[in-house]
Design a protein around this ligand. Structure first.
Ligand code: PNS
Length: 171
């Protein structure tokens, strides 16, 4: 049985993440989506919220489960009995950072390989930080995140701007 982990911050999960999850779930027997619980970052969503959103949008995928993790990815992968890490590559700008992490992880755990899936062209520009930025100003994020997630992201910024955000929709 081939188990892989797909780690990330997922703050929030985007359609690009979901595309990588769906495609890698077809390649491996079991995929564990690992949501990083990083106390040094100041995430928009708590780790519990991020895990729950991911569970919701992956509920149609029987071989995918979602967990949170803290500390090193190599230790999380070991706990999951995974010897593969999945990461998405959007552009050459991602490559240097991803190469460094995957090589560091292989030094720490030589049996752990990282496979990179090239992001679907439709989502090549997309990142969680872009979604947060657009949402902050009340922009339409329906092309960026799963339908069930958009309202929750915009809800985080209700009352924070004067750009016609969701709080003004009933005006
Ligand atoms: O979605 P992100 O924020 O690009 O994901 C980054 C992630 C979670 C893959 C990376 O930060 C990570 O693996 N963090 C856990 C700590 C660790 O093991 N770092 C790599 C060795 S330096």
């Amino acid at each position: 049985m081939k188990t892989a982990v797909y780690p990330g911050s997922f703050d929030p999960v985007t359609l690009g993440h979901l595309d990588i999850i769906e495609r890698s779930a077809r390649i491996v027997d079991e995929l564990v989506v690992g949501v990083l619980n990083n106390s040094s970052k100041n995430p928009l969503f708590s780790v519990e919220e991020r895990v729950n959103m991911l569970k919701e949008v992956t509920s149609h995928l029987p071989n995918v489960r979602v967990e949170s993790f803290g500390g090193l990815l190599v230790d999380f992968a070991a706990r999951c009995h995974a010897d593969v890490v999945v990461r998405g590559l959007r552009a050459i700008t991602d490559f240097e950072y991803e190469l460094q992490i995957s090589q560091t992880n292989r030094i720490m755990r030589p049996g752990l390989d990282t496979i990179f899936l090239t992001t679907d062209l439709e989502y090549a520009y997309l990142s969680s930080s872009i979604v947060r930025e657009v949402a902050q100003y009340g922009g339409d994020i329906s092309a960026f995140v799963p339908e069930a997630i958009a309202e929750r992201v915009l809800g985080k910024f209700v009352g924070e701007n004067s750009f016609g955000g969701p709080e003004h929709e009933q005006d």
